[in-house]
Write a protein that binds this ligand. Structure first.
Ligand code: ASP
Length: 341
């Protein structure tokens, strides 16, 4: 077909318009790419190393050891996120690091129950689809957080306890250790003191330290995890909030990721982690308002604290105790580690 005169006249104009549109559409033109550097991917990360006692009463060595440990863990998570890694990987890797550190009441440094044994709890949650996994009462697993992740990804269940969890660990080939791996002077002294005080929760001034991590990755996905040895001198078989999804841990891409620390019974009663997310979803609360309400109005002074991050990368670290070991880092350059008020 021979093009009409009118078509022949318009064709160059359409060609020019197309070229111009291509040039000004972001991501299509090398010219535009040169003048506008790509915005850095946004990520945010928060960690905690527990609440309970007043850091002002600790020795300088205890404060330094904690600060160093939190700083090292925060750097590990920050690197993963800065390199485009997933929030789930950051959460698991950070918690594994803290579980190996005898400074904290998780993994290696887990406190002892009334019979002088350790029973470890952990949970992890993926904000993309609210899949989650948890273990409770495990005694041989070096990294309960990794076992929790395997429950999430390799079973159709959410929470495995005691013997069943140990069998699953064996089947998955996760690292198991002899009980003395978890024996630390710190946990032993706490237990002896509690025994002297006959079943009362330990009112001592030594640092405690459940651990937790929440993260937003550069793909916009949230994740949360928590790991603990529970409460010193707890009844054998007692389960706190840390392995209970919705109480001690929660993550939903639509709202936030939360990890809690404190007297687990109160966090279970008030379903704290989910309540924070629900306040955002149903009431339209900001993360800061939701967390502050739950920590200061729902919970009572001395109950504990919360770390949380929302899908915009806002980080909130709130507690109603004299201190909470904590750290925060994000893609804007924030990097902070604190112990007390
Ligand atoms: N929430 C933990 C529990 O009740 C303990 C803690 O955070 O210190 O097991």
């Amino acid at each position: 077909m021979i093009p009409s005169t009118r078509h022949r006249f318009l064709a160059p104009w359409f060609l020019a318009l197309g070229t111009w549109l291509f040039a000004v559409t972001p991501g299509t033109s090398p010219l535009v790419a040169q003048t506008q550097p790509p915005t850095p991917a946004r990520y945010a990360l928060a960690i905690h190393g527990g609440v309970g006692t007043d850091p002002a009463k600790w020795t300088p060595e205890q404060r330094d050891a904690r600060t160093r440990s939190l700083t090292a863990a925060l750097r590990i998570g920050q690197r993963i996120l800065a390199e485009g890694g997933s929030s789930l990987d950051a959460v698991e890797r950070v918690i594994r690091q803290l579980e190996d550190d005898p400074v904290f009441n998780a993994g290696r440094g887990a406190v002892l129950n009334a019979e002088g044994h350790h029973e470890l709890d952990a949970s992890i949650m993926d904000g993309r689809d609210r899949s989650c996994g948890a273990v409770t009462g495990v005694t041989t697993v070096r990294h309960p957080i990794s076992l929790a992740r395997l429950v999430m990804t390799r079973t159709r269940h959410v929470l495995l306890a005691g013997t069943g969890a140990e069998q699953f660990a064996e089947k998955m080939g996760v690292e198991q250790v002899a009980p003395d791996w978890f024996t630390t002077d710190h946990a032993r002294r706490g237990w002896e003191e509690a025994r002297r005080q006959q079943n009362q929760p330990v009112p001592d001034d030594r640092p405690k330290g459940t651990v937790g991590c929440v993260a937003l990755d550069s793909h916009g996905n949230l994740a949360a995890g928590t790991s603990t040895g529970g409460l010193t001198y707890k009844m054998p078989g007692r389960i706190g909030d840390s392995p209970i999804v919705g109480a001690g841990t929660y993550a939903d891409n639509g709202t936030c990721a939360v990890s809690c620390t404190g007297v687990g019974e109160h966090f279970i009663r008030h379903v704290v982690a989910h309540d924070i997310s629900a306040r955002m979803a149903y009431r339209g609360d900001s993360l800061a308002d939701a967390v502050r309400h739950v920590v200061h109005q729902t919970l009572k002074p001395g109950d504990g604290g919360v770390i949380a991050v929302d899908r915009q990368g806002q980080i909130v670290l709130e507690f109603n105790t004299p201190g909470m070991s904590r750290g925060a880092a994000d893609s804007s350059g924030r990097f902070t580690v604190d112990l007390g008020r």
